[in-house]
Design a protein around this ligand. Structure first.
Ligand SMILES: Nc1ncnc2c1ncn2[C@@H]1O[C@H](COP(=O)(O)OP(=O)(O)OP(=O)(O)O)[C@@H](O)[C@H]1O
Ligand SMILES: [Mg+2]
Length: 376
């Protein structure tokens, strides 16, 4: 499923912003304009679907930190709102999910002060006619479209910190809700792989077939082993490694209990280097290769500043991998690198969108209120 549009309101610097998304979305902009907040808004939609929204908001400092701190429209309740619209191209169906969360009233019994209190949630599906509500939640009560096509009361109530979409997805009786949930669950967000000595990238990795890279990169060696020994097609990966490291190649033995790999550099053909010996930039590039060229590509891959600690000479090879991934995946890239932006622009034919601040809030240069760009 393709993420067609998103909307975010009252979340950090996202006062109210709606954006239509393309197959490849490339964002540039100064520090602090809200690029990561946009990325994070989508991550929170995924957290809602996974039943982890309260945990994630608490982890980033709670609702008082997450709520837009500028002036608000009076008379409206203070709520963070996220919407995501996904298109199932095969079935020509559009899914629309909306979630609104507010603060705990000071004297209310249930819930904790830092948690979001989910006030409303709705999932609707459109097949060319009018949208049909599949699930609607107001406060603790959940209504869901049952097998006979009628809206029914769901027998369980949701806690204020829980999301109905996660509760219902678990129930397994609602195929549309299940397919929306699975699609969002597969989105992958990669931001700054750890490369210190104790990083998961450098640790031994159990040899379990790995069609996709984990967000912390912990199964990187298993992703490579899966490509070499299950798919037996590593053309893109071999080319990327060779281009990035001046003719180097990966050595990926058939794994026993643990998956392993080493990098063979042309200057030392007899002496392969293990992950513990490679540099931070080398490890980051390899992790990005595993993220972008994995056996099964996530439908949606977001990369936040992937150029971090990479030398500019590596960026064309990174752009090649992004272009290759974009054949199967929708891509979201935030970058500070003009070189990477223009290399991606050249390969994918998309113009970078400049994220700016307008009256303190995040905005896209040249975007109209509807989310369309001026020239569309
Ligand atoms: N609750 C809030 N209300 C309004 N603005 C906020 C709130 N919380 C954070 N911000 C603003 O969001 C900005 C940070 O946004 P973000 O991290 O998305 O920036 P960025 O564009 O990714 O920058 P960088 O390029 O440095 O990573 C800060 O400037 C901060 O002022
Ligand atoms: Mg950022």
């Amino acid at each position: 499923m393709l993420l067609r549009s998103m909307f975010a309101e009252n979340y950090r610097s996202l006062r109210s912003i709606r954006m239509d998304l393309a197959d490849v979305n490339l964002f540039i902009g100064e520090n602090g304009v809200g690029k990561s907040n946009l990325y994070r808004a989508l991550q929170l939609v995924q957290s809602a679907v996974r039943g982890r929204l309260a945990h994630e908001i608490a982890r980033e400092g709670g609702m008082s930190s997450a709520l837009w701190s500028g002036s608000r429209r009076t008379g409206k309740p203070v709520r963070i709102r996220f919407d995501a619209e996904l298109l199932d191209e095969e079935r020509a169906m559009t899914f629309h999910y909306r979630i609104e969360a507010g603060l705990k009233p000071p004297k209310a019994a249930a819930g904790f002060a830092f948690e979001p209190q989910v006030k409303e949630e709705e999932l609707s599906v459109e097949t060319g006619h009018r949208p049909v509500t599949m699930m609607k939640r107001a406060g603790p009560g959940i209504f869901v479209r049952g097998e006979r096509g009628r809206m029914e009361d769901y027998p369980e109530q949701a806690l204020q910190s829980e999301t109905a979409i996660a509760l219902l997805g678990d129930a397994g009786h609602y195929p549309e809700i299940g397919s929306f949930r699975r699609a969002v669950d597969q989105w992958r967000f990669f931001h700054g792989f750890r490369t210190d000595r104790d990083s998961p990238l450098r640790a031994p990795c159990l040899a379990v077939t790995a069609p996709m890279l984990d967000e912390d990169g912990a199964n990187m060696a298993a992703v490579f082993a899966t490509l070499y020994h299950t798919r037996e097609d590593t053309v893109d990966l071999d080319r990327a490694v060779s281009d990035a490291f001046g003719g180097a190649r990966l050595d990926v033995p058939h794994p026993e209990q643990f998956a392993e790999f080493s990098l063979v550099l042309p200057d030392f053909p007899q002496r392969p280097f293990s992950p513990r010996e490679l540099s931070d930039g080398q490890m980051r590039f390899l992790a990005l290769a595993a993220a972008l060229l994995s056996y099964r590509r996530p439908r949606f891959i977001a990369l936040n500043e992937p150029e971090t600690s990479l030398h500019p000479d590596m960026l064309p090879a990174l752009a090649d991998m992004i272009a290759s991934a974009s054949r199967d995946s929708q891509i979201w890239i935030v970058t500070h690198s003009e070189t990477l932006a223009s290399a991606v622009q050249e390969r994918c034919g998309v113009r970078p969108q400049r994220v700016i601040r307008k009256d303190g809030a995040t905005w896209i240069d040249g975007m109209r209120l509807t989310g369309l760009m001026d020239d569309e």
